[in-house]
Design a protein around this ligand. Structure first.
Ligand SMILES: Cc1cc2nc3c(=O)[nH]c(=O)nc-3n(C[C@H](O)[C@H](O)[C@H](O)COP(=O)(O)OP(=O)(O)OC[C@H]3O[C@@H](n4cnc5c(N)ncnc54)[C@H](O)[C@@H]3O)c2cc1C
Length: 472
């Protein structure tokens, strides 16, 4: 049987490779970098465990626990401390717990009476059904209020995308919100009446889905996958060009050139823009023809997708040097608070073994669309800048006794207004390029859970193509 080339050894590529191998399809995984895991990076040092990229996975699909089961990792999975449920938002430079009940919402100091009234009025705002690709800011202002956008949604969007709600598309970045308005006419009505529909579909509602990690961090997952695929992974091997042949694709890397029955691209959108794709007997997809007519590399269109930089600054302190009880998941900071940081995860409250006894660990993110230039500051400047903000917001005194900084120069693809163009282009490239597939965070949702589901699904589709060559 011809083998499948998988480009990228992040969670998507590794998951796809693992399930294809289990289905008896031979695979080769090409990874440009010197390690597997992509954005996932966990480092244990001096009793602290630093997560630089993602910190948690949301178990929003049954395919996620299935993967953990298939890898025999259940005994290493850990859930957050039940006492760390609170999430804080900053208002007037104070971290205030977000309300967790309707009564709590009415009582909170986070929003004015006017903003609270706007939420109660939401079910009576008519739905917009003209098919417009609205920004998150337009959507929230229309259905709720400007204050709700500035005080709640802006920090939330910074926490998920490191993005800007004025640019992100509600349809592409928050498809469930968009569909809820389309189906139920209102977000609150959708919350109430959608429960039955979700139960029927087997979907786990995000509000009830569990978060988890592993005893030694999320890298446990990608390390376990990489171990199972040890003989199939080629590190330091960037794919530069793929060319369609009579029976599949020739893959040219920095190290070799080999022929495969199929190719799955599981890299990043900004690297896809640099990949040369030569179509053979199949016609060029129409949008690619247009790109070609403009004398650009056909895939160059993907360089238009914004990827703002993010710096992760992980700091450990003595417990007595932090005044805040850190009794929650973490805090998010609205842009109007004029802080330098986007938000902080209380890592040692969330999972118990992230800091030695008598110490705490804080993971803070800097940069994003809000202040991209800050992410590129030298590590010592970043530690200083984060120190200033956490001193004010969390009552941190003294110097950190543990510090680690990591820069993601192109962190998360922004599903901005107009993102539909890129999704259409991928669909076309897949339809016309026989046995060429695309999966991962630039296509199927930016979270780790989305990437796992994307990897599982693409493996299923490719395995089917191999068992029934007429089907794609
Ligand atoms: C700072 C940060 C915090 C995050 N926090 C969370 C979180 O808490 N929870 C959550 O759910 N998600 C979070 N995410 C998102 C999550 O990490 C990603 O969605 C997920 O890791 C994407 O996995 P992937 O395999 O699709 O891509 P990646 O992890 O980006 O892997 C792609 C791989 O492809 C390789 N590659 C690219 N082009 C080529 C080529 N031509 N040849 C060979 N190899 C190539 C790259 O080197 C890379 O290793 C966060 C992301 C970042 C950056």
């Amino acid at each position: 049987m011809k083998s499948v080339a998988i480009i990228g050894a992040g969670i998507t590529g590794l998951t796809a490779a693992f399930y294809l191998k289990r289905a008896g399809v031979p695979v080769t995984i090409y990874e440009a970098g010197e390690r597997t895991g992509g954005a996932i990076k966990s480092v244990r040092q001096n009793g602290f465990l630093a997560e630089f990229g993602p910190n948690t996975i949301l178990e929003a699909s049954p395919k996620i626990p299935q993967l953990i089961h298939d890898l025999d990792l259940e005994s290493r999975r850990i859930y957050p401390d039940p006492n760390a449920k609170k999430r804080f938002l900053v208002r007037n430079r104070k971290a205030i717990a977000m309300p967790s009940s309707p009564l709590g919402f009415l009582a909170t100091r986070l929003f004015s009476a006017r903003a609270k009234f706007a939420v109660l009025r939401e079910p009576f705002i008519p739905a917009r059904r003209d098919g417009a690709d609205e920004s998150v800011a337009e959507f929230v202002t229309r259905r709720l209020s400007r204050e709700f956008l500035d005080r709640a949604i802006n920090p939330l969007v910074a926490g998920i995308y490191a993005g800007d709600p004025e640019k992100l598309s509600v349809r592409h970045a928050f498809p469930r919100l968009f569909q809820t308005e389309q189906k139920y006419g209102s977000l609150i009505r959708g919350q109430i009446f959608g429960a039955k529909d979700r139960k029927k579909s087997g979907e786990i509602p995000r509000s009830r889905a569990k978060l988890f990690s592993f005893d030694e961090g999320l890298q446990v997952l990608t390390d376990a996958l990489a171990e199972k695929l040890h003989n199939e992974i080629k590190l330091n091997c960037a794919v530069e060009k793929i060319s369609q042949t009579e029976n599949g694709w020739r893959v040219k890397t920095t190290a070799d050139e080999l022929e495969f029955g199929a190719v799955i691209y599981c890299g990043t959108a900004h690297k896809l823009a640099e990949l040369e794709i030569v179509y053979g007997r199949a016609a060029l997809p129409r949008s690619l023809e247009i790109e070609a007519a403009q004398q650009r590399r056909p895939t160059e269109a993907f360089s238009e997708i914004r990827h703002p930089p993010v710096a992760s600054v992980v700091l450990g302190f003595r417990r007595e040097d932090v005044a805040h009880p850190l009794d929650g998941f973490g805090m998010l900071i609205p842009k109007i608070e004029n802080c330098k940081i986007l938000g902080t995860i209380f890592s040692s409250s969330l999972f118990r073994n992230r800091a030695p006894a008598g110490h705490v660990l804080l993971s803070t993110y800097v940069g994003g669309e809000r202040q991209p230039e800050l992410a590129f500051l030298p590590p010592e400047k970043l530690v200083e800048l984060v120190g200033e903000d956490v001193r004010q917001l969390l009552g941190v005194r003294g110097r950190p006794i543990f510090q680690h900084v990591a820069l993601y120069p192109k962190a998360i693809p922004q599903y901005n207004v107009g993102y539909g163009k890129f999704k259409m282009l991928l669909d076309e490239m897949e339809t016309k390029g026989d046995r060429l597939f695309f999966a991962g965070h630039f296509r199927d949702g930016v979270s780790l859970g989305d990437s796992i589901v994307s990897g599982v699904n693409i493996a299923g589709r490719v395995a089917k193509t191999f068992s029934n060559p007429d089907k794609k």
